[in-house]
Design a protein around this ligand. Structure first.
Ligand code: PLP
Length: 432
């Protein structure tokens, strides 16, 4: 069903799915089964040998998860995809075949707070490291790349300020260095941005956010463009050199554009076990069916709310790239022509104290550490999601102490504006 000529709205409903062969069920069933019966002993042996593709055990593959993988791959224009237990799992799983002790990844300073912590602290335990660079400075990215660099990593629409990354320019830098570019496309979704068309090698998602869209389950996906030549250098032996666990099989030589996907399942999920469960895949598939409709409303609401905030005397500035005042406005047409997403920050006059009061005063906005829900969400990033960072890192990330971050939902824009209006009143009212 992943016919490249079909439109996005058709693919988001049909890609990867066909009526259930056993029952005719039209909606994709939740295959809540740990294991799958082999036809015979030969069938089992060839599945384990990777000479035939099929279902063995749900840590590796599951029919419900497989539909989701195919659907997201189709929407992103990739060759294949691997489902994972969360967005963070997808990020580790994307780096795992590329990295090794002593290797590094060059990453943008503007990232989801949890990703900054993952990259600064946790990956050190594997002997990996990350070099943080302002991705608006292409020369700095180039200068940060050294002989031990194995990947370049950024977000398309970057947390928390909603900045737009010039993906093509960054991809060109990665290309010149012979490195894969990994793009976290969570905040944009493939409806707003398709990073592979801008030169990305791998796309990662937290499906927890817009793809599921209703704040119910955590999940992640890695999509492989299938375009990177893993054998062009000796930098990626997991994919290009003989794999001892499969009698010397070479993933790239054997599976071509599906090398990364097969490695992700046969080695990554097999040994790291960060597997998506079929229930989560089901909720996410349901969410994706309406992705374009929701994103359209998310964007139009975000534009209305951001414009209103920008014109309000109680607000210092708004970071939304969809505003003509944004330094990133010119990149929208190039990177995400359908809009700049629905995530941005704004600075409240009165600074940190006023931000805290505003968050306690909102009624429709929910105060949660999440984004991409149908509901509008608000959080003070510096004291929560970006709390593990020092103030310089917070400012570099766009999580300045005097801003709040909003994820604009699909409610009536007028109600959202009225809620912010009354909350700003309480937040900025002089004491006494
Ligand atoms: C939420 C999020 C993540 C992490 O995803 P989880 O599903 O929470 O593990 C990574 N990147 C971005 C941009 C996110 O918004």
């Amino acid at each position: 069903m992943a016919d490249a000529t079909l439109g996005f709205d058709t693919l988001q409903i049909h890609a990867g799915a066909s009526p259930d062969p056993a029952t005719g069920a039209r909606q994709t069933p939740i295959y809540q089964s740990t294991a799958f019966v082999f036809r015979d002993a030969d069938h089992a042996a060839s599945l384990f040998n990777l000479s035939e593709v099929g279902f063995i055990y749900s840590r590796l593959t599951n029919p419900t998860v497989a539909v989701l993988q195919d659907r997201v791959a189709a929407l992103e224009g990739g060759a294949g995809a691997v489902g994972c237990s969360s967005g963070h799992a997808a990020q580790i799983m994307a780096l795992f075949p590329l990295m090794g002790p002593g290797r590094n990844v060059v990453v943008s300073t503007r990232l989801y707070g949890g990703t900054v912590t993952q990259m600064t602290q946790t990956i050190k335990r594997f002997g990996w490291s990350a070099k943080f660079v302002d991705f608006d400075d292409l020369a700095a990215i180039e200068a940060a790349i050294d002989d031990d660099t194995r990947a370049v990593f950024c977000e398309s629409i970057a947390n928390p300020g909603g900045y737009i990354t010039d993906l093509r320019a960054v991809a060109d830098v990665a290309d010149r260095a012979g490195l894969p570019l990994i793009v976290d496309n969570t905040s944009a979704t493939p409806w707003l941005c398709r990073p592979i068309e801008h030169g990305a090698t791998l796309v990662v998602h937290s499906t927890t956010k817009y793809l599921t869209g209703n704040g119910t389950v955590t999940g992640g996906v890695i999509v492989d463009s299938g375009r990177f030549d893993w054998s062009a250098s000796d930098k990626f032996p997991s994919l290009s050199a003989p794999e001892p666990a499969y009698h010397g099989l070479k993933f790239h030589e054997t599976f071509g554009p599906l090398a990364f996907t097969f490695h992700g399942i046969a080695i990554g999920l097999r040994d790291l076990g960060m597997t998506m469960n079929p229930q989560a895949a089901h909720y996410t598939l349901m969410g994706i069916e309406t992705l374009s409709l929701r994103m359209e409303r998310h964007v139009s609401n975000a534009v209305k709310v951001a414009k209103w905030l920008e014109a309000d005397h109680r607000v210092d500035y708004v970071t939304y790239a969809g505003l003509e005042s944004s330094p990133y406005y010119d990149r929208i047409a190039k990177v995400c022509p359908r809009g700049a997403g629905a995530l941005f920050t704004f600075a409240v006059k009165g600074g940190y104290e006023a931000c805290m009061k505003l968050i306690d005063a909102v009624e429709i906005f929910s105060h949660v550490a999440n984004l991409g829900d149908t509901r509008s969400l608000i959080i003070h990033s510096a004291s929560t999601t970006h709390r593990q960072l020092d103030e310089n890192q917070q400012r570099a990330a766009g999580a300045d102490p005097e801003v709040v971050r909003v994820s604009i939902g699909i409610e009536d824009a007028d109600d959202l504006i009225a809620d912010l209006d009354q909350a700003l009143d309480k937040a900025t009212r002089q004491a006494g």
